[in-house]
Design a protein around this ligand. Sequence first.
Ligand SMILES: [Zn+2]
Length: 313
Amino acid sequence: MNWITNYVRPRINSIFSRRDVPENLWTKCDECGTMLFHRELSENLNVCNNCGHHMPITPRERFNALFDGGIYTEVPVPEPIVDPLHFRDQKKYPHRIKAAQKATGEKDAMLVAEGEIGRTPIVATAQDFSFMGGSMGMYVGNAIIAAASRTVELKRPLVLFSAAGGARMQEGILSLMQMPRSTVAVEMVKEAGLPYIVVLTHPTTGGVTASYAMLGDIPIAEPNALICFAGPRVIEQTIREKLPEGFQRAEYLLDHGMLDRVTKRQDIKDELITVLRMLMKSPPAVKGDLPPPDPESEASEPSKAEPAESAKE
Ligand SMILES: [Zn+2]
């Protein structure tokens, strides 16, 4: 044994092994155990291509797939006071927020954006379960109000993707106050006669289910999403009975009239386009890409260009 084997070789190995094996190349499906290649999984919107299990997806990934060409503009959200209660459990609340911001690269658990889907202008907002369990605090309330105000201002439909463990306990009563606040925001959209569609994703629970997540004109859910106020574990412990198979899951709720649709993540965009265009009384969406505009004919004879296009079909 000498310093080369004891010191130099491990150092070299550690430097190279770090480069050779990037951490996130493969993801294991929680449901069927299949190892899924990272790139294929993200192309498939984090849905297992073996068993169809829907894994969590961040708002940004979702918006990239949802909006035409992945193009959208973020709607600014007014930032609330941080930690008004000076809350502390094992960690101080500001430390928890900072750690979540570092891990996710987001300000808080909701992202608001405006853009077009299938050339239908919308405002969309999505909750981020990876940010402190998507919990609804003052920021989330502000985000929903910002989204609703923008919706009314632009006269567009509002689409909300919910995913939350409920209210944010670190903000106490202030987080519970976001239930009536967000309900008023939804009311604003409805009074303006604009559609409000909620896509419930796994899991949508607690105060979120008890407020804005259940107020959609058409509730759509992703397959097998857990949607409830109190979770199955709590209910089982309270009533001391085994709950039926699939209780509080999307398909069960669809069967019992709590939802209108259960739709696979890959089909949600098309479904939203159809539903929103119907509700907005717009003509059906144009499928596929339109032919690129012909600059010559448009400049010289704009009236003749159109009949020629339709004659071809
Ligand atoms: Zn799977």
